[in-house]
Structures are given as structure tokens and as C-alpha cells.
Design a protein around this ligand. Structure first.
Ligand code: AMP
Ligand code: ZN
Length: 681
């Protein structure tokens, strides 16, 4: 192929690939398979490698950038990115409509209703049809330049749809588009599953995972995350006529941007309310999470007349879907320290009854959420229990804001140090969090002790939160090893304790000295090491001494241990304080039981090397005990039946797993068959 031919084919391939990208992301109607797409992509890649001078920045092959950045540059938005006022019920929506009509008394008002996508706002600039800069919202005026990260998102066009761009809008020199980057719910689940496997901390929800991804300095990591994007607004623009919001949405789509799959032009506020209900019913059809709807006046000339307040436009409002919500006063904000040192702001509330219990505290997630929602002390806040155990603050009732409501400056509030130990704190951008770096921090210590004693770790009965708090506050315990030097007399003196309960605690601790090795490894609370990983590590290394000696490479040879976890384990055993605690544990007589002692016993068990699933209730065992017995015999116990399952153990009230196992021809064992196969325990 000569140069001219190569150049022609390259053009063709790019057009083809862009067309398929649009069909996939904008129209949600792909016409070729992923495999066929990959073939076209590879052909283009090869031609470009052979003809590097023909590579252009907007080629579909040029999405992933090179080296990681040191930091993000600032970008000033050409038009500010506004926040929105919130409403939570139809009465408040009617109020909004009344305000609008009062300001525009003689005009007909139409509204557009769109989903309120719960992702992270982004703004992208196109100059002469080519993407030049992409940014976060930041403070609304200036954001972070995350161009390299946004380029990796295939749903974002690197150049505007050429034919439409040139034939309809030959002079579209400048276009700023606004929308939301998001992780599809499926992609979020996959990402967390992978992180769990790698022993990395999990993301709390798709929004946090998106924020963490966009703030990555290495765009190659972002490229691996299945981010999507959806666009719903135009900022600065030159050379395109856009009289209404409906026109903006249509033009965005024509130019190659994914826009909301559902939106409605409504003739009045009654229709808005009907459509809002309709949207809520169809919520689960959308690939992203939404937290309500956005209502916008349709005509842009009316936007101009209505104007904006300092914070939000008067021509638009968010209507948030309410789950189980209540309103109450925010009295104060405190900061809690978690086991891994994460500092979490907590709302101290005027007690209020919500979904069956009285709530006086709720999480505020992190510093950025407080800023984003503009939550101030003294505000009336809306709290929600959305299926979670921990209630969260989801918003503010602005009309009730007292004059003296105080904004909350997170770092200032804690004087730039850990509120528990006064130690230094460090920002962890990926989790949008601050962390305390001091491992002997009292609050961290409390959480560490709770974790050590918990059922999934050392399983020390009677050692609960109330007792642990006292032990730490009275400085009876400074690390986990100190637990073993506690005396009955000392414990009996504490609140809610007596001779008998104190003896129980000491006995339970005594018993815990010979727990299985994996329980000790898990109990140490090494960052990123969960229960599953602890079991694998115990099997692989057989003793704490071996685990301690292992290099990062050796650690990675254990099943399911990725680089992040390996490094974390390695660092743990290189920390002098941790080593001192381990020595004390040994001196106290903690002797974890080696897995090999059991595996000798397990040889010849019909379960050795088999994959087993348990369903229903067993009479002789709890589910955990049965799993434990199986694992002792070298079985792999999993949660769901598949072709790989060797045995399904069936107790009382077996569920759908039984039907599935029957269908797949998996061997089924009832409880007595199970006991027989287990042999002696
Ligand atoms: P809030 O952050 O709660 O003040 O809500 C305002 C934010 O909602 C905007 O900055 C956007 O990031 C986001 N948003 C999501 N969907 C839409 C939409 N359809 N129109 C406008 N803003 C939206
Ligand atoms: Zn601390």
C-alpha cells in the first residue's frame, strides 16, 4: 500500500470507527460486534504505526496518553458551572413554578425535565470541532484540567461529528459542553469485584468511584475503568443558534454526544410532575444512578430574564427523589477516625425519628460532599436511610437557613491534625479523604481492637465496643497484645462490668490464643487484607514468621495477592511498632494454629480440592461452622452454584440454588450424607 492509499484507508477507518462509536454510545444501537470493532481498530493501529506522520490527535487510537501527570493544571471555565437548588416534594416544585411565573408574568413557560445523573460534572471545550480541554467543575469558576483522563472515555467524542458539524454549523468555532461522567452500575460492580480480589479498598458507590477515577494522575489507569458520560448543557458557544434547552439537547446528540435517553418537553408544571413520576418508575432502565430530576425553563431568552442567584440559576431546579427521609437541625459536625485512619465527618443532629429508629448522628461522607451540598452548621438538613444501616445527610433546606449558619471548614476545624491523636494527616485523593498517619492513634486503636475481636477475625466473645472504648480511654490497652495482660480485677471495676463478666472476657481471650492462623492474620488489620486474603496467605505461608519474611515478589505468589496488597503486607512487617506488637503477642502465648496440621488430617477427605456450596439451614452446624469444616478438609466453599460446583449441601428450606444444581447436574448432599462424608470432625 502506498502513502496515498494508506492515508485514504486511515481516513475511512477513522470514520468507520467514529460512526460505530456513535451508534454504540449515542444511539445505543450498535451494528457490529465488539470483535469486529477491534479488528477495524487494530487495522488502523497498524497503518498508523507504519505511517506515524499520519497520526492525528483526534484519531480513535489516541485516547490513552503517556506518562502520569505530576499535578492537574487549573482551567477557568468560559462560562461558570452552576450548582442547582433542590426541591424534595411537589409543593416545593409548585413554589418554584410560582416564582418563575411571578418574574415573567405575561409569558408562556415551558419546562424540560431531565434525569439528574448522579455522577461527576465535567465541562469539555471544542475548538474548531476538536476537543481541546476537559475539566472538572471545581468551584464553578475554575476546575482541574483532566483532559487526558476524559480523552480515555469512549463516549466522549474527540472531534465533533464532521458532516453535521460542517454542513449545519460551518462556523461552530467554539463549543463548551457540560455533562456528567459516571460509572455504569454494572461497571462499578465489576470494578469493586476486581479491587476486592486485588485486596484494594472498595469504593462506597459509583459516584465516589467516578470521582476517584477522574482525579487519577495516570490516565492509563483511567482508561481501564469503564466510565461513561452523558451531556445535558452547553456553556460558551460561537457559531451555533440554540434558542431553547430542547434545541440544545437535540444539537448535542447530532454533534455526537450521548444525551439523556429520556427527557420531556412539558407544557406546564403539572406535566412536569407527571413526567417526574414517570422518570422515577423508569429509573432502573437507565445505565447510571440518578438522584432525581432536573427541571429547566425551556427558552434561553427567559433564562436571561430570570438570571441567577449567587449560587444557583433561577431558571432551573433539581427535584430529588425522596427515600426514607426526615428533616432535622444540624447542631455540630464532628470528625471520626476509622480503623484505616480515614477521617469521616459526622453530623450531630437534633434527634429525629426515621424509619423505625431515633437518629442523632449521620454520615457526611467527606469534605467535598459538605462543600458540594453547601452544608452549614445550624442548617436544617435532610437525612436519609436508603437501604443502608448508616443514615446519611443528603441535602439542606435552604429556606430554613438561619443568618448565623456557619460554613464548615474541615481542615481548619481539626486544626490540620487528627482529632483523636493530634498526629499529622494526609490527603488520599483517590478516596476523597483525609487519613491519620499514626498507627497508635486511640480512635484507630479502638476500631482495630473491635476488628481483632470480631467474629470474622479472632472471635473473642464479650469484648464489645463499650468495653473497648473504656479500655482505650483508661489506657489499660495500648495495642492488641495488651488485651492478654488484662486482669479480672481490672475489668470488674469498669462500667457495666462485674466479676462474672470480667472472668468471661479473660477466658475468651485465653481461648483465642490458639485460633487458626488466618484469623490472626486477618485480626492484625493489615491495610487491604480481608478475610479471604488472610485465608489464602495462611495456606501459602503456613506461619506468621514465613509471612513476615516474605519479599513483595514472594507475597504476590500467594493466590489472589496483587501488588497493592503485597506492598501493604510487606510494609506492615517493616514497621517497628507493629513488630513490637507481634513480639508481645508471642510472649503472651498467642500461638496460631498452622493450616498444615489440619491438611494432614484432610488428606483423603472426599472434599479435598472440591468446590462446595451450602444452601438452607443445617441442624448440626451453623453455616459458618460447616464452611469451616469443609475448608479444613481442603474444599473451596463458594456462594453460588455453577458448572464448577462439585457438591451442593442442602439443609432445611433450600432456595433456588437447589433447582440450579439439579439443572446443572451438580451432586447434591443432604445433611446426613454430608455428615457421613465429613467423617470425624
Ligand atoms: P448539586 O451538585 O446537588 O448542586 O446539583 C447540581 C449538579 O447536578 C450539577 O452541577 C450537575 O453536575 C448535576 N446534574 C446532573 N444531571 C443534570 C442535568 N440533567 N442538568 C443539570 N445538572 C445536572
Ligand atoms: Zn490519629
Amino acid at each position: 500500500m502506498n502513502k496515498a492509499e494508506a492515508s485514504k484507508r486511515i481516513d475511512q477507518l477513522r470514520q468507520e470507527l467514529n460512526r460505530h462509536n456513535r451508534l454504540y454510545y449515542v444511539d445505543a444501537a450498535p451494528v457490529i460486534s465488539d470483535h469486529e470493532y477491534d479488528l477495524l481498530y487494530k487495522e488502523l493501529q497498524q497503518l498508523e504505526t507504519g505511517n506515524p506522520e499520519l497520526v492525528t490527535p483526534d484519531s480513535p487510537t489516541q485516547r490513552v496518553g503517556g506518562e502520569p501527570l505530576k499535578e492537574f493544571r487549573n482551567v477557568k471555565h468560559l462560562q461558570p458551572m452552576m450548582s442547582l437548588d433542590n426541591t424534595y416534594n411537589f409543593d416545593e416544585l409548585r413554589e418554584f413554578d410560582k416564582r418563575v411565573r411571578k418574574l415573567l408574568p405575561d409569558e408562556a413557560i415551558e419546562y424540560v425535565l431531565e434525569p439528574k445523573v448522579d455522577g461527576c460534572s465535567i465541562s469539555i471545550r471544542y475548538e474548531d470541532g476538536t476537543m481541546t480541554i476537559g475539566a472538572t467543575r471545581g468551584d464553578g469558576t475554575t476546575g482541574d484540567d483532566i483532559t487526558a483522563n476524559l480523552r480515555t472515555i469512549k463516549a466522549i467524542p474527540l472531534s465533533l461529528h464532521p458532516t453535521l458539524h460542517h454542513s449545519h454549523t460551518p462556523s461552530l468555532h467554539l463549543l463548551e459542553v457540560r455533562g456528567e461522567a459516571y460509572l455504569p452500575i454494572e461497571g462499578f460492580k465489576k470494578l469493586n469485584a476486581q479491587r476486592e480480589k486485588d485486596g484494594e479498598e472498595l469504593f462506597a458507590n459509583p459516584r465516589n468511584a467516578t470521582a476517584g477515577s477522574l482525579k487519577q494522575l495516570d490516565s492509563r489507569i483511567v482508561a481501564k475503568r469503564p466510565l461513561g458520560a452523558v451531556f445535558y448543557a452547553v456553556g460558551a458557544h460561537e457559531g451555533i443558534e440554540l434558542p431553547t434547552q430542547a434545541d440544545a439537547l437535540r444539537s448535542l446528540k447530532e454533534l455526537g454526544f450521548p444525551t439523556p435517553q429520556m427527557w420531556w418537553l412539558c407544557k406546564d408544571i403539572d406535566e412536569v410532575m407527571a413526567r417526574a413520576d414517570e422518570l422515577q418508575k423508569k429509573e432502573s432502565d437507565l445505565p447510571y444512578e440518578i438522584d432525581g430530576a432536573v427541571v429547566k425553563v425551556n427558552r434561553f431568552d427567559q433564562w436571561k430574564q430570570l438570571g441567577t442567584t449567587a449560587k444557583a440559576p433561577r431558571y432551573a431546579i433539581a427535584y430529588k427523589y425522596s427515600h426514607e427521609q426526615a428533616r432535622t437541625k444540624l447542631n455540630a459536625i464532628t470528625v471520626q477516625v476509622g480503623r484505616t485512619g480515614t477521617l469521616t465527618p459526622v453530623a450531630e443532629l437534633e434527634p429525629v425519628f426515621l424509619a423505625g429508629s431515633t437518629i442523632s448522628r449521620a454520615t457526611l461522607h467527606n469534605e467535598e460532599e459538605i462543600k458540594r451540598k453547601d452544608i452549614r452548621i445550624g442548617d436544617t438538613v435532610i437525612i436519609e436511610k436508603a437501604g443502608e444501616v448508616i443514615p446519611a445527610v443528603v441535602g439542606v433546606v435552604l429556606e430554613n437557613r438561619p443568618k448565623d449558619a456557619r460554613p464548615f471548614d474541615f481542615v481548619k476545624h481539626i486544626h490540620n491534625k487528627c482529632p483523636s491523636c493530634g498526629g499529622p494527616i494526609r490527603r488520599d485523593p483517590e478516596f476523597v479523604a483525609w487519613r491519620c498517619e499514626n498507627i497508635s492513634c486511640p480512635m484507630q486503636l479502638k476500631r482495630t481492637l473491635e476488628h481483632y475481636a470480631s467474629r470474622g477475625a479472632m472471635d473473642v466473645e464479650n469484648l464489645g465496643e463499650v468495653l473497648i472504648n473504656q479500655l482505650v480511654d483508661k489506657e489499660l490497652v495500648k495495642d492488641i497484645a495488651d488485651l492478654y495482660s488484662l486482669k479480672v480485677e481490672q475489668l470488674a471495676e469498669l462500667d457495666r462490668m462485674a466479676e462474672k463478666s470480667a472472668t468471661n472476657v479473660v477466658t475468651a481471650l485465653e481461648e483465642s490464643k490458639h485460633r487458626d492462623l488466618w484469623r490472626v492474620i486477618h485480626g492484625l488489620g493489615i491495610l487491604h487484607v480481608g478475610e479471604g486474603a488472610a485465608r489464602k496467605l495462611a495456606d501459602h505461608f503456613q506461619s506468621l514468621e514465613q509471612l513476615e519474611k516474605a519479599s513483595v515478589e514472594e507475597l504476590q505468589r500467594a493466590q489472589d495477592v496483587g501488588p497493592v496488597m503485597a506492598q501493604s503486607i510487606f510494609d506492615f512487617f517493616r514497621n517497628a511498632k507493629n513488630m513490637a506488637v507481634l513480639k508481645k503477642l508471642h510472649e503472651a502465648g498467642v500461638r496460631p494454629q498452622r493450616p498444615e496440621v489440619r491438611s494432614q488430617r484432610s488428606e483423603g477427605s472426599p472434599f479435598t480440592g472440591k468446590t462446595v456450596v451450602i444452601t438452607g439451614t443445617l441442624s448440626k452446624f451453623s453455616r459458618e461452622q460447616a464452611q469451616e469444616e469443609l475448608r479444613k478438609r481442603g474444599a473451596k466453599v463458594t456462594d453460588s452454584v455453577s458448572k464448577k460446583t462439585d457438591f451442593l449441601v442442602v439443609g432445611e428450606d433450600a432456595g433456588s440454588k437447589l433447582a440450579k444444581a439439579e439443572k446443572l447436574g451438580v451432586k447434591i448432599l443432604n445433611e446426613s450424607e454430608f455428615l457421613e462424608k465429613l467423617g470425624g470432625t
